[in-house]
Write a protein that binds this ligand. Structure first.
Ligand code: GLU
Length: 304
């Protein structure tokens, strides 16, 4: 399949539509990004990569990292983890406080901010040197030591993190945060600040298209049963309160971030990553979603 040709043709058809999205404003450092950037890259489980436009430019992966932090916590804690965080779609905005109050501090799923903060707390408890160990975990999966944190973006988020701080204090009051709040949030802001290119994202997520094992290194990252569960959570919760719509339009498990990135996997086939910074009202990349919708429709390749 000549994916490159499809990327080129789809991009040409989308150039004329009006992108009504907006670059994330609530993290000042992200608001400065060049909104016209666009990159897409697909890597097959046989190891062939097809890239288009800015696929080799680094951007802030933000919430996409929540899949990798969940995976590390799940590997370490096993099913005990589900006592601290649920696996149901929230149907609420990613930073909502409302549900958390009446569900007594147990976040609906690990991909809304509250859930990812609980996962950060779990990792702060488990890892000896949380930031270093977590980064090594990702670098090993991707086989790429150039992946790193952006101190500038982490600091920028920290300085405007009023809602996330409200979430963590609320969960602490329900005893679902075990560590010092500042330590947990410092870790959370750091992992959200990780920068990657579309190609690096593919390398970091390809194992989820291959039953939990990296097809290039022939190395198990997580068990088949765990890979099934992670993909299921991506399918049902990966796009906040737009997860149903993404499944309807694109039909692949995936995860978005407010940096404008989306990663999606087609189990047994490929991993595809896309970056376009302008976000729709739900916080997902406007053009990225549209592009993936056209792509899976055109190549007739979705899990449904
Ligand atoms: N660091 C961002 C936050 O906590 C992540 C949100 C996202 O990418 O959806 O708000």
């Amino acid at each position: 399949m000549d994916y490159q040709k499809h990327f080129f043709e789809i991009y040409a058809t989308l150039e004329s539509i009006e992108n009504t999205g907006e670059v994330a404003q609530y993290i000042p450092e992200l608001s400065r990004i060049d909104a016209s950037k666009f990159g897409v890259s697909l890597t097959t489980i046989e190891g062939k990569t097809f890239s288009f436009k800015d696929a080799n430019e680094k951007f802030s992966i933000q919430s996409i990292v929540k899949v990798l932090s969940l995976i590390l916590a799940y590997k370490e804690l096993g099913k005990e983890l589900w006592k601290r965080v649920g696996v149901e779609p929230s149907g609420s905005p990613f930073n909502s406080l409302v549900q958390l109050e009446y569900e007594k501090g147990i976040p609906r799923n690990p991909f809304i901010n509250a859930g990812a903060i609980v996962i950060a707390d779990v990792l702060v408890s488990i890892l000896k040197k949380p930031k270093e160990d977590f980064l090594k975990f990702i670098q090993n999966i991707a086989r790429d030591n150039s992946i790193t944190y952006s101190k500038k973006i982490a600091l920028s988020e920290k300085q405007s993190a009023h809602r996330n701080m409200a979430l963590v204090y609320l969960m602490k009051s329900f005893k679902n945060i075990k560590n010092d709040i500042n330590e947990v949030m410092d870790f959370y802001f750091s992992i959200c600040s990780i920068e990657m290119t579309c190609e690096q994202l593919n390398k970091s997520f390809l194992f989820l298209a291959n039953n939990g094992s990296c097809p290039i290194q022939q190395k198990e990252i997580i068990r088949i049963s765990q890979s099934k569960r992670i993909n299921a959570i991506m399918q049902t919760c990966g796009f906040y309160d737009e997860s149903g719509d993404f499944a309807f339009r694109v039909g692949l498990p995936g995860k978005s971030g407010v940096g404008g990135g989306i990663v999606a996997v087609h189990p047994g086939k490929y991993c595809v990553s896309i970056w376009s910074p302008k976000l729709n009202k739900k916080g997902n990349s406007f053009l990225g979603t549209k592009f993936l919708e056209d792509f899976t429709t055109r190549v007739e390749s979705s899990i449904f």
